[in-house]
Design a protein around this ligand. Sequence first.
Ligand code: TYM
Length: 323
Amino acid sequence: MSKNKKVLVSGIQPSGTLHIGNYFGAMKRFVELQEEYESYISIVNYHALTSVLEQGTLAENTKNAIIDHLAIGLKPDTLFLQSDIPEVTELAWIFNNLVTVPYLSRAVAYKEKVERGLEATVGLFDYPVLMAAYILIMDADIVPVGQDQKQHVEIARDIAEKFNNRYGELFTLPNAHILKDVAVVPGIDGEKMSKSYGNTIPLFAKDDEIEKLVMKIVTDSKGEKEKKDPATDTVFALHVLFSAEELEDIRERYKNGQIGYKESKEILIKNIKTFIAPLRTEREKIARENKNILETIQQGRERAQKRAREKMKKVREVIGITF
Ligand code: TYM
């Protein structure tokens, strides 16, 4: 890959079935930008360990997440597992000594997860530091993510600055890359779509699943002929992602009281089905043909390992671990 290209780094947790929020918020851009940027996309299994504790589940989710990314068109040599780069966890330990507990206590994602009932483990608390280690070890210029990860990328930036001030300029300051329209994709209950909220539409959902989930989307109780507000309706928010051609027409019909939620949902179902069908076919093909999925991404692993090892060697030297 060209030396002049800027570096794109991102990751997805194998903590459940990937959904359309993950796709529009992040994964789609991995594919769109993979030629323009030198790209590193990691299935972050150590991050997922903060929420996935049942034996066997993590391995299964991880294999699925790799296949999912290949199915949307990501090149195999951009993909790797976080655990294949042990330098990331090593660097996280070093960063732990730069970051204070009061500073990390301000992390919104941590607070939200604990409020929702996740156990407040040290791992969950330290999640942003592990994320910073991965972003910074790869010298990321841009980090495509959804809005919920903005603060985590800012934390990575702060850690880079602190390290550079103390030991000399070693880390690139990363920037979050967030697109306004897809920053927060809503789930079927109107909250942020999230693997842990039980409100997702899976990215590779079957037709009957799509029908069932869309019909469950929560709306207000306005009747067919009443005027509706596209800006506050979850069904419309999903039309923005799937119904480009009809969007302006649907918007007008909402405003003029010319469409009921049932019809709006039926149009959405049709468009989501059309969107997902070819992805699902591709996914089935990849799963069939790539019996050993780790072999398929071997090059991705080697590229990432090389980059991380070189960086870590310098880190150990500047802080005095090796001499
Ligand atoms: P994860 O797996 O929770 O989410 C993966 C990506 O999907 C985005 N996302 C959404 N975007 C818009 N609307 C939604 N409803 C929605 N739900 C999820 C997330 O913002 C994320 O971009 N902490 C990261 C994983 C990670 C990472 C990294 C990312 C670990 N290390 C380094 C970038 C760089 C996360 O949230 O994963």
